[in-house]
Design a binder for this molecule. Structure first.
Ligand code: AMP
Ligand code: MG
Length: 418
């Protein structure tokens, strides 16, 4: 089925006034993820997508052990009052106590030590009175307290990670705790990109009259690098049919995804669009959003194409709202990667008309123990400073009108825990 057939089945699909949620749905309905799998040493799996189920072959921890420094004993020995027990020896983490613990006896234990045979409860050292070879245990202990049981973290045979999960520091540690040296992951997505525009100069050359330095390739470099994809920066391409054709063909040859910026706006020389349409199957959308109204999506050869607008803020907004999710989906992620929308109070009034989704650049800050958000000032789609000053998007929903000071709004944070 062609892309157009696939997306035109969507309820409410209108390429000239496409809602953000519809555009997102249209994109996702067309994507198929990369299939190839490779084996990597655990450390190198950070940021990759797991391509196997992880099923523990051992229990973690492998033995019952003590969670505290103290005395391991038999709970049944304890009387309702103080109980005097004979101390037999010491067990340390990695140095178990060799003997057996009988009635009226106990063993001094340090955190992580294997529970000595016969014991079931640990009493912390702070409450115990030592009298030579004996210790006095006060009343009020609970059976099994301060013990970590074998398999309490990971149990033999019980799957713990599913294929499609992002490998983060916690997963690295968890896999290492099972003693697994190598794991299977999806191959990295390959993304090629270039900027289009006769007015663009590259860093290193002097600006001629009417030129601007190409910044889009740098924001794209940053955003793509953080997503952990392989990137191929194809530079600046003039608004010239021959050059553009070559660039598209080169990009689509090796990449899973091609991203371009510029050349899709209404006032733009039409041949960029014409060329995209000639080379593959490309849909041109006017999305009901701000910034980022014009956008192209389609296929050239095997590669998916995202033709983003030229304005620097529009590039970042359309990347985060559409391309990011598409790339994660294509990478084989099946865990929940949606960016959370948090509700916070707007410190000021914000202008907005119903009928489009807006992504205003906001600063989330704490005042009197409450989180509030304000906009960064000038919100033009060419004002990249607004992104640099911001730490979040203020997402003003399609139907929403103006926001009064003190009203709650939705925000998307730019950063999480790294
Ligand atoms: P376009 O979508 O090609 O009409 O471009 C819209 C606006 O974005 C114009 O003012 C361009 O100069 C600017 N622009 C396009 N590409 C870039 C780029 N790579 N870096 C900085 N500004 C750009
Ligand atoms: Mg242009």
């Amino acid at each position: 089925m062609s892309l157009l057939q696939t997306v035109s089945c969507l309820d409410g699909y209108d390429p000239n006034a496409l809602r953000v949620d519809k555009a997102r749905q249209a994109i996702l309905s067309c994507l198929t993820e990369v299939r190839e799998i490779e084996s990597v040493p655990v450390r190198e799996a950070l940021g990759r997508v797991l391509a196997q189920e992880i099923v523990p072959a051992i229990n973690v921890p492998a033995h019952d052990n003590t969670a505290m420094d103290g005395y391991a004993l038999r709970f049944s020995d304890l009387a309702p009052a103080d109980t005097r027990l004979e101390e037999l020896g010491t067990a340390l983490a990695g140095k178990p106590f060799k003997g057996k613990v009988g009635a009226g006896q106990c063993v001094r234990v340090m955190t992580g030590a294997v529970m000595p045979e016969g014991t079931d409860t640990v009493v912390i050292q702070e409450v115990v009175k030592v009298e030579g070879k004996n210790v006095v245990i006060p009343a009020g202990q609970k059976p099994g307290q301060n013990v970590r049981y074998a398999g309490e973290d990971l149990k033999v045979g019980v799957p713990v990670l599913n294929a499609g999960k992002l490998i983060r520091p916690a997963e690295l540690g968890l896999i290492a705790s099972l003693g697994i040296p190598e794991i299977r992951v999806r191959r990295k997505l390959r993304v090629a990109f270039f900027s289009t525009g006769d007015e663009l100069a590259s860093i290193g050359s002097a600006l001629k009259e009417g030129e601007v330095y190409d910044s889009n390739r740098y924001t794209l470099h940053g955003m793509l690098s953080r997503l952990g994809v392989e990137i191929d920066d194809l530079g600046v391409v003039r608004d010239d049919p021959e050059e553009l054709k070559n660039a598209f063909e080169k990009a689509a040859r090796n990449a899973d995804v091609v991203i371009t910026t510029g050349g899709v706006s209404v006032g733009e020389a039409d041949f960029v669009k014409r060329l995209m349409a000639e080379l593959g199957e490309v849909l041109f959308w006017k999305i009901a959003m701000r910034p980022g109204r014009p956008m192209a999506f389609g296929r050239i050869g095997k590669a998916f194409l995202f033709g983003l607008p030229g304005n620097p803020v529009a590039v970042m907004v359309t990347f985060y709202q559409f391309v990011r999710d598409a790339l994660l989906h294509l990478s084989g992620r099946t865990d929940d990667f949606a960016v959370p929308l948090l509700r916070v109070v707007s410190a000021e009034k914000i202008r907005k008309v119903p009928g489009r989704t807006e992504y205003q650049r906001g600063i989330l800050y704490n005042e009197n123990h409450e989180w509030r958000v304000r906009i960064t000032g000038q919100q033009g789609s060419g004002v990249l400073r607004s992104m640099a000053q911001a730490n979040c998007f203020i997402v003003l929903e399609h139907e929403r009108g103006a926001v009064a000071a003190g009203e709650p709004v939705s925000v998307q944070l730019f950063e999480g825990l790294a």
